[in-house]
Design a protein around this ligand. Structure first.
Ligand SMILES: CC(C)(COP(=O)(O)OP(=O)(O)OC[C@H]1O[C@@H](n2cnc3c(N)ncnc32)[C@H](O)[C@@H]1OP(=O)(O)O)[C@@H](O)C(=O)NCCC(=O)NCCS
Length: 463
């Protein structure tokens, strides 16, 4: 079982440094800084006015990165993101129980809350909440929060119901979400307030219930139709069998992983089911991010690769036919491969003329790969050309997806032989059922255009 907490503790970040770029002035560093800020611009535009619900446990609230996290939340709010924070208080409750000589009781990962435990819960929640609020309210000069005018609000936005008796265990004052008063939360967000919620709820009978942070965050995200539900957790995200981070996963695949139980941690076991339900019920994305990663939120949201795992209902990759609007993005995908001679050069005019021949693959709305099909109907043949995937997204099966789409497009046209001309990618095609053929095997028209000087090899596949 992976435990991020077993790693060495991160150094407390210095959030008071007024200028983290003292060397700016050197041309190279200035250029990099400008490049970073500009690269973040599309995300800033995309997220303004969107609702993010961030759930984090009591470990985060009391941890070394709490202050840095508060600064980053402040920045997100300043960029126009509608922010709801839901804090937990599990270690604080444990400490309060211990102080009063009481034993914690859990069943299936959920606290059993009797009357004495509820007193500890109320005390721990109140202290944790005010401490988080204090962190969010800073505004000293020489810190990232200088000039901040963020207001933190909260209230009885969630009504609760008892969990009741499960497997013969009476959960007492442990509650589940009954209703989220979404309109009231939205009204607070409209005022540009940050809403901070504790996982405590009251029933219509006036009883107080202790709920789980993750369940409240999930219910609030669904009720607000949030763009993102984010959990800070005790792992970098979901890991594959080889221990590598899974950057993106669909809810269905995540469910398979959850059932298999491999690579799960205490937090992932609790948060992943909530994340899966949330994206299935209309939340745009759910993110699992390492709670020990300084600046994790900024890296996840403002860099293309992110740092955690993003869950979506549908795959982020999408194959579709190209349209004239794709010409600009298409030419920037293929330009580096034209420059190094892997692909034949195509002018912008030619791309515009031939755009209907292209199929493209998008990742999260950004064009990352393409392929084109040139039929020679008289001879029941077609050329597949300009097969390209940007380097960051290679080895994810996109090339294969494009090939599959080209083959079905070709079959639908009555094509029996699919061929490619390649100088450097022979093995890739060979491993996918293509066989080398002499240039004479090409359709007549193509034979006449065959550029001997390029010394391309012809590979053919019978469909
Ligand atoms: C060829 C290309 C489209 C494959 O895209 P992709 O999305 O990475 O393809 P897939 O994920 O389906 O396949 C990846 C596998 O192909 C292998 N591969 C990639 N390029 C290869 C090459 N030139 N020769 C042999 N194998 C190659 C990878 O090593 C990987 O196999 P592995 O995981 O077993 O090591 C991509 O590498 C590319 O854009 N190359 C530059 C452009 C090009 O050569 N186009 C063909 C011109 S006709």
């Amino acid at each position: 079982m992976y435990k991020a907490s077993q790693d060495s503790a991160p150094a407390t970040p210095d959030v008071t440094t007024p200028n983290p770029f003292p060397e700016v002035g050197s041309d190279q560093l200035s250029q990099r800084f400008v490049g970073w800020v500009r690269a973040a611009a599309p995300y800033i535009h995309a997220f303004r006015g969107k609702t993010f619900v961030l759930g984090f446990g009591g470990e985060v609230a009391a941890g070394q990165l709490a202050q840095a996290l508060a600064c980053d939340c402040n920045l997100l709010a300043a960029l126009g993101i509608r922010l709801v924070l839901v804090h937990g208080a599990r270690p604080q409750i444990e400490a309060e129980l211990a102080r009063r000589g009481l034993e914690p009781r859990y069943h299936k990962g959920l606290r059993v809350t009797d009357a004495a435990a509820l007193e500890c819960v109320k005390a721990a929640m109140a202290v944790t909440r005010i401490e988080v609020e204090a962190l969010l309210s800073q505004g000293l000069p020489n810190t990232p929060m200088a000039g901040s005018f963020m207001r933190v609000t909260g209230g009885n936005f969630v009504t609760a119901k008892p969990v009741g008796v499960v497997d013969g265990i009476d959960y007492g004052f442990t509650g589940a979400v009954r209703r989220v008063i979404a309109d009231e939360i939205a009204a607070d967000l409209d005022q540009q307030n940050v809403v901070l919620m504790s996982p405590l709820g009251v029933s219509p009978a006036g009883e107080i219930f202790n709920m789980s942070m993750e369940a409240v965050a999930e219910a609030v995200a669904i009720a607000l139709k949030a763009e993102k539900l984010i959990y800070l957790c005790d792992a970098p995200g979901l890991l594959d069998a080889g221990g590598a981070l899974i950057e993106a996963i669909t809810a269905d695949d995540a469910e398979v992983k959850l059932k298999a139980g491999e690579g799960m941690t205490e937090d992932l076991d609790l948060y992943l089911p909530c994340a899966i339900r949330a994206v299935r019920q209309g939340v745009g994305r759910a993110h699992l991010i390492d709670r020990d990663k300084d600046g994790g939120l900024l890296l996840e949201f403002f860099t293309p690769q992110g740092v955690g795992t993003v869950l979506t209902r549908d795959p982020l990759f999408r194959l579709r036919e190209a349209t004239i609007e794709d010409v600009g993005a298409l030419s920037s995908v293929i330009a580096p491969m034209e420059a190094d001679g892997t692909l034949v050069r195509r002018s912008r005019e030619r791309l515009e003329e031939e755009i209907e021949r292209f199929t493209v693959v998008e990742y999260d709305g950004v064009l990352v790969g393409c392929a084109a099909l040139y039929p020679f109907i008289d001879e029941r043949a077609a050329e597949m050309a300009c097969v390209a995937v940007v380097p960051q997204h290679r080895r994810a099966g996109l090339g294969e997806m494009l090939l599959g789409r080209m083959e079905s497009r070709a079959r639908a046209m009555g094509v029996e032989r699919l061929f490619v001309l390649t100088t450097r990618t022979a093995d890739w095609f060979r491993e996918r059922g293509f066989r080398e053929a002499p240039p004479e095997a090409l359709p007549r028209q193509k034979r006449e255009m065959y550029d001997v000087s390029r010394r391309s090899k012809v590979f053919m596949k019978t469909l």
